[in-house]
Design a binder for this molecule. Structure first.
Ligand SMILES: Cc1cc2nc3c(=O)[nH]c(=O)nc-3n(C[C@H](O)[C@H](O)[C@H](O)COP(=O)(O)OP(=O)(O)OC[C@H]3O[C@@H](n4cnc5c(N)ncnc54)[C@H](O)[C@@H]3O)c2cc1C
Length: 305
C-alpha cells in the first residue's frame, strides 16, 4: 500500500493537519510520499519524499494549477491512495483529482479498519465501511480523527515540481470571518453542555459552574443546533478549537468532531450517566452521574469555599 499525502500551507505556515495525514499513513502501515504547494523555508518534519511546488509562483489556492501539479506527482508515484485533509482545500481539490483519475472518492474518513476507510453517515449517528473498487482511491480525513502521538520529526527529501497549467482563478488572499460572540480559545476553564442537559433551561446549570470556576461555558453541536446556545459557544470541528487548563464536559458523548475541538485541553473532567461513553477515553476523570444532580451541588460547594 502506498499513499500520497497532500499537505497544506496557508498564510506562510504549514497546517497541523499535515501531521494527521502522516498519522493516517502510519496507521495504514503504508509507504508514503508527500505533496505540498508551499515554500522551501517552511517544510514539514517528515521522513520521505516531498514533492514541493512554489506557493509564491502557483498561489496558495489555485485549483486548476494545483490539480495538475498533483496529477503529475500521482503519475510519478502511482499511489494506491491520495489523502487530503477534510478542509476547504481538500473539499475543493479531492473531487477534481478523483474525477481526473476516475478513482473512488471517500469523504470525511474517521477511521481505517483492515485497510478499509470508515466514514460517518446520518449526521454521524452511523458509520459505514467503504470498500472501493477502483485501483486508486481518493480520501479526505476528518480533522482530529488521526492524531499524531509525540512530536513530528524528520527531514524530507525535496523534489521540486513545476507545471505549465494555466490558472483559471486568481488567488487574492484570505479574509478572516468576522469575530462575534465569545472567544473560547482564550478561556482557561471551559464547562461545556452536551445533549445530556436535556432542555434549554438546564444550560443555566452548566453556565453556573463555569461562572464559579472563573471560566466560560461551551456547547456541543446538538445544543447549538437546538438553539439552546449561540454558535460562538460551539466546540469542535465546526466550532472553536480550544485548549483550556480545565475542560468539563457535561452530558457530552465524545464524538470525534467534538474531541477534535477540545482534545488539547490540559485536564478533562467528564460527567456522564454512561460509564462507557467515548468521552471517557480522553477524560482524566470520568464521573458517572446525572449532571442535573451533580453539577448544582458541585457549584454550591465551590461557591462556599
Ligand atoms: C460534519 C460534522 C461536523 C460536526 N461538528 C461538530 C462540532 O463542531 N462539535 C460537536 O460537538 N459536534 C459536531 N458534530 C456532531 C457530532 O458528530 C455529535 O453528533 C455531537 O458531538 C454529539 O453531541 P453530544 O455529545 O452533546 O450528544 P450525544 O452524542 O447525544 O451525547 C449525549 C451524552 O449525554 C449523556 N447523558 C444523557 N443524559 C445525561 C445526564 N442527565 N447527565 C449526564 N450525562 C447524560 C449520554 O450518556 C451521552 O453520552 C459534527 C457532525 C458532523 C457530521
Amino acid at each position: 500500500m502506498k499513499t500520497l499525502l497532500v499537505a497544506e500551507y496557508r498564510d506562510g505556515a504549514l497546517l497541523n493537519s499535515t501531521y494527521e495525514l502522516v498519522a493516517f499513513a502510519e496507521q495504514l502501515s503504508s509507504e508514503s510520499a508527500m505533496f505540498l504547494v508551499g515554500v522551501e523555508g517552511v517544510l514539514p518534519a517528515y521522513n520521505g519524499t516531498l514533492y514541493l511546488a512554489d506557493a509564491s509562483q502557483y498561489g496558495e489556492f489555485n485549483p486548476a494549477v494545483h490539480k495538475q501539479l498533483l496529477l503529475d506527482t500521482i503519475a510519478k508515484e502511482q499511489p494506491d491512495m491520495v489523502v487530503f485533509a477534510h478542509s476547504s482545500y481538500g473539499w475543493d481539490l479531492a473531487p477534481r483529482v478523483s474525477l481526473a483519475l476516475n478513482a473512488a472518492h471517500v469523504s470525511e474518513v474517521v477511521d481505517i479498519v483492515e485497510g478499509v476507510p470508515v466514514a460517518p453517515v446520518c449526521n454521524a449517528k452511523l458509520r459505514r465501511d467503504v470498500k472501493t473498487k477502483t485501483a486508486q482511491t481518493v480520501v479526505t480525513l476528518q480533522g482530529g480523527a488521526f492524531g499524531l502521538y509525540g512530536e513530528p520529526s524528520g527531514n524530507p527529501s525535496v523534489v521540486k515540481i513545476d507545471t505549465d497549467a494555466a490558472p483559471q482563478v486568481e488567488f487574492c488572499g484570505y479574509e478572516e470571518a468576522e469575530a462575534g460572540g465569545v472567544d473560547l480559545t482564550k478561556a482557561e476553564v471551559i464547562v461545556s453542555a452536551g445533549r445530556g442537559i436535556g432542555k434549554s433551561e438546564n444550560l443555566a446549570i452548566v453556565e453556573g459552574l463555569a461562572k464559579v470556576l472563573g471560566g466560560e461555558y461551551g456547547a456541543s453541536r446538538p445544543v447549538v443546533d437546538s438553539e439552546w446556545a449561540d454558535h460562538s459557544r460551539q466546540v469542535g470541528t465546526t466550532g472553536q478549537t480550544v485548549s483550556p487548563k480545565l475542560y468539563v464536559a457535561c452530558g457530552i458523548s465524545g464524538a470525534i468532531q467534538h474531541l477534535a475541538g477540545m482534545k488539547k485541553s490540559e485536564y478533562v473532567v467528564a460527567i456522564n450517566t454512561d460509564k462507557d461513553a467515548p468521552i471517557g477515553e480522553v477524560a482524566d476523570v470520568l464521573v458517572v452521574a446525572d449532571l442535573k444532580e451533580l453539577v448544582p451541588v458541585l457549584t454550591e460547594k465551590i461557591t462556599s469555599l
